[in-house]
Design a protein around this ligand. Structure first.
Ligand code: GLV
Length: 309
């Protein structure tokens, strides 16, 4: 029995060290040095290439190296009977909600305006912010969206949340379904996306939803690039309807140097760092799932392949 680590962006040695501390006799292999394919029963992966996972006939679980699993479902040749699990992790959640709060407060308190003024030694005050009358819309009320809602509430923002199917979160005005989405957007001064990437959520931030937001709304996307229709966002900003955007994820990563997002004065780009997986933080749950699958017990944080999250 062996674990296969597959990622071109995470450091395998950090994960080896953290997991061996939990399971001392763990046989930890790093793709492409997988050895005998029959040995592999656990795959710990980030963006595995299509067809990679079907090479291991004894594979019993596929564990995502992130909160999202869309990168696994993109592998259409993946063995369909093998369960997929995701990470639900304090560090990831905290990083993500912190990033969203940062982006919202930064725009809310006009920091880019004052930074520009400082560059020309220009002293000018703009009116006080009215936090109590600045509703924030959250797309996706999973663990991360809910943590963000809680933090924003603590600052005094009215928080609205949207989910595909009905969900109630204390202190959050909840909306659901396609009509609920348009209804919610009507008054959101900020819109922050935390949705899983599925066939249903692809392109959800498009010309139609952007137009449903009030003039001057600000967009944050921390989920997946595919949630945003890039040209629609740029058009909505350029016609003055949307004030700007802070984007951490993109349709193609790394973001191509010729992409207009890089140079747009009203768009802030970060390189998919809103939530980075910390090996020492997730090792416990990964090890738990390895033990569970090897002893035939049910898994934690297993995703539903029908829902794709
Ligand atoms: C990062 O994008 C993740 O899915 O955790």
């Amino acid at each position: 029995m062996a674990l296969l680590f597959v990622s071109s962006t995470d450091d395998p040695e950090e994960f080896r060290e953290a997991l061996v501390a939990e399971i001392p006799d763990l046989d930890f292999r790093i793709w492409p040095d997988s050895g005998d394919p029959l040995d592999i029963d656990v795959a710990l992966v980030w963006k595995p290439e299509v067809g990679l996972l079907r090479q291991f006939p004894n594979l019993k679980v596929i564990i995502s190296l992130g909160a999202g699993v869309d990168h696994i479902f993109l592998d259409t040749e993946r063995p369909p009977h093998v369960p997929v699990v995701r990470l639900i992790d304090r560090s990831l959640t905290t990083q993500m909600s912190e990033y969203a709060v940062l982006g919202i407060l930064r725009h809310h308190r006009l920091l880019p305006v004052y930074e520009a003024a400082q560059r020309s030694c220009h002293w000018e005050k703009f009116g006080p912010p009215d936090t109590m009358r600045t509703p924030v819309g959250i797309l996706g009320l999973g663990v991360i969206g809910t943590d963000t809602a809680r933090k924003l509430k603590a600052f005094g923002f009215p928080v609205r949340g949207w989910t595909r199917t009905p969900r109630k979160v204390k202190g959050v005005e909840c909306f659901h379904g396609p009509e609920g989405l348009i209804e919610m957007l009507g008054e959101c001064r900020f819109l922050s996306c935390f949705l899983p990437m599925t066939r249903q959520t692809q392109g959800i931030i498009d010309a139609r939803t952007l137009s449903a937001l009030p003039k001057g709304a600000y967009i944050l996307n921390l989920a997946r690039g595919g949630h945003v229709v890039d040209d629609d966002l740029i058009a909505a900003i350029d016609r003055g309807h949307i004030a700007g955007a802070m984007l951490d994820v993109f349709n193609r990563e790394p973001l191509d140097t010729s992409h207009p997002f890089w140079r747009h004065p009203k768009i802030t780009v970060t390189p998919h760092i809103a939530g980075l997986t910390v090996a020492s933080s997730v090792a416990l749950q990964v090890a738990d799932n390895i033990r569970r699958v090897r002893s035939g017990r049910s898994l934690i944080n297993q995703v539903d392949p029908q829902r794709e999250y």
